[in-house]
Design a protein around this ligand. Structure first.
Ligand SMILES: [Zn+2]
Length: 153
């Protein structure tokens, strides 16, 4: 029996998890070849990671990285200075406790973005998807904001 859903995010994609990862790889390749797509690749990747925590958020540090970066993408409009501060903060000695994994990781997935016909539509859908994932993490907004604040200090 073939499973046409990604077991992590629930996206309807051929070959499940692998097919889902292929969509992310494709989006990344697209952002390298066309800079207009690059403007939302960080936002897309962090949303993707927070929906695929087994692979991308195994350690407390990687979990904190993607959660705070998603926070930056949504609440700081992807400010490069905030991304840089987060990176610096994570490179330092920082004691982190990994929050409990959530079961609901959002109702939108990368599959909702893939068939956008135009770049404008693509950007709009990535934003909607990322906001949807961020909203699913509502119970962890407080910790995410506290981490961003610590990174900015
Ligand atoms: Zn998936």
């Amino acid at each position: 029996m073939t499973d046409d859903r990604c077991p992590d995010c629930g996206a309807r994609v051929e070959s499940g998890r692998e097919g889902c990862q292929a969509l992310m790889d494709q989006m990344r390749a697209q952002s390298f070849s066309d800079l207009r797509y690059a403007s939302v690749i960080d936002l897309a990747f962090d949303a993707y990671c927070m929906q695929h925590v087994d692979k991308y958020c195994r350690s407390a540090k990687s979990y904190a990285a993607h959660l705070t970066r998603l926070c930056c993408g949504i609440e700081y409009a992807g400010d490069p200075n905030v991304y840089a501060a987060i990176q610096k903060w994570l490179n330092g000695k920082v004691a982190l406790e990994k929050p409990s994994l959530l079961t609901n990781l959002g109702s939108m997935t990368i599959a909702d973005v893939q068939d956008a016909a135009t770049i404008e539509e693509h950007i709009k859908r990535v934003r909607a998807w990322a906001e949807n994932v961020w909203a699913a993490y509502a119970v962890q907004h407080e910790i995410a904001r506290a981490w961003v604040k610590a990174a900015l200090e």
